[in-house]
Design a protein around this ligand. Structure first.
Ligand code: ZN
Length: 136
């Protein structure tokens, strides 16, 4: 099924998260970077969780990551996801350091391994570009 046709609840865009979603619409993964301590930060925050500086700027991430964990969803938390069950979500550790929960794209029969290299595949899900990942 075309994931763009799903009728799922979409994340709320706020002033803090708007740069992330604008980049996503352009097919980029943008995360915050702390100019004070050089750490990358995700999810979006008003201050750095490492040094409490507010000198956070948006930078494009490489889109390369490692699969830290995943789960195959058979009973989704919202009925909008039912047309595509079972589907996979995973926690990926970005090359820049932060982790994020993301949709994992799999072809039928694809094996997934924790620790595998994955890369971003901007994917339209329910009318919005989302940073999905696929095993490299
Ligand atoms: Zn910092």
């Amino acid at each position: 099924m075309n994931l763009d046709l799903l009728k799922t609840p979409a994340p709320t865009i706020t002033a803090l998260t708007a740069p992330f979603w604008k980049a996503a619409e352009e097919g980029r993964l943008s995360i915050q970077h702390c100019e004070e301590c050089d750490a990358h930060v995700f999810y979006p925050r008003p201050i750095c969780p490492h040094c409490w500086s507010d000198k956070l700027v948006w930078k494009d991430a490489s889109g390369r990551a490692t699969l830290k964990s995943f789960s195959v969803v058979h009973k989704p938390g919202h009925p909008g996801w039912l047309p595509i069950v079972p589907y996979t979500v995973g926690v990926v550790e970005l090359e820049e350091g932060p982790t994020m929960l993301a949709f994992i794209l799999r072809d039928a029969g694809d094996e997934l391994d924790v620790g595998a290299a994955v890369h971003i595949v901007p994917t339209r899900i329910s009318g919005r570009n989302m940073p999905a990942f696929k095993q490299s």
